[in-house]
Design a protein around this ligand. Sequence first.
Ligand code: NAP
Length: 280
Amino acid sequence: METDADTKLYALIGNPVTKSLSPFIHNYVFDFLNQNKIYIAHKIDKGNLANSIKAIKALGYGGINVTTPHKINVIEYLDDLDVSAKNIGAVNTIKIVEGKLMGYNTDGIGFLDMLEENEVELRGKKSLILGAGGAARAIAIILAGTQISHLSVSNRTNERADLLIEELRQVNKEIVFSNAFKKHNFREFDLVINATSVGMFPNIDETPIDLEMINEDAILCDIVYKPHLTKFLKLGLERGHRVIFGIEMLIAQALASQEIWQGTKIDKVEIKRELQERFS
Ligand code: NAP
């Protein structure tokens, strides 16, 4: 990729960012679209967030992605929030137009896009989310807007799951929401989503749940993408489950950020195929 005086800047801010796949994905998209834009990663400590946002504005960046630990704190520096970020209470994408910063969240959209790509039927299905952190929240809130019949949450820190469930009950009265913390088996669930960081590199031998507790017909989805084949999905494949890989959501949420920055839909089929092959 070549840069010149007109190259438009995009970036990821967070800490850590060294292992992020976002620079590869976004630079691939800019190349694919033949655009004079470049995406870099900035390691930003909590104490440097305010100055970094000022600098990003001053330097004329077109947009940024935001990751841990700034997804919530960044909101106070923004001019406006899209409904996707308002609903989730966190921002992972910022579009900058004429110095004004607009915050979005593409995690939920990316998750739904991934399910659609995999032709997962949601109507009347029972879904279990493991985790109640930032990504789990985004997934839970987007699922609460679908036609699933039941949504349960199980989290190591049970109070966080309770809080999330209370919130979800306000979003949609048609869905049965429950806490699965005390359950001894999860055989009723059609879709089991690992939205914890359990199994993520370097703790690759950990699984978020004993698979014996899950129905063999359940679809397993792991949003952890490093490693590509997590222990949860590996054991799932051995038991004959249909599995969905975290990289698919990562690519889908990145392409949703791109569409926000580009201000238009992009033809994602080939980009997705190429990127998924690259990371599998
Ligand atoms: P987060 O806000 O820090 O939440 C972490 C979640 O994992 C919490 O529910 C936490 O439980 C749970 N957890 C952590 N260690 C645990 C352990 N040893 N045992 C049981 N539960 C544990 O992080 P996040 O932003 O939601 O991200 C979670 C994972 O999703 C990360 O691996 C991240 O890379 C991945 N992710 C993937 C995508 C994608 O596009 N594929 C997008 C976003 C995130 P407590 O509440 O008890 O602490």
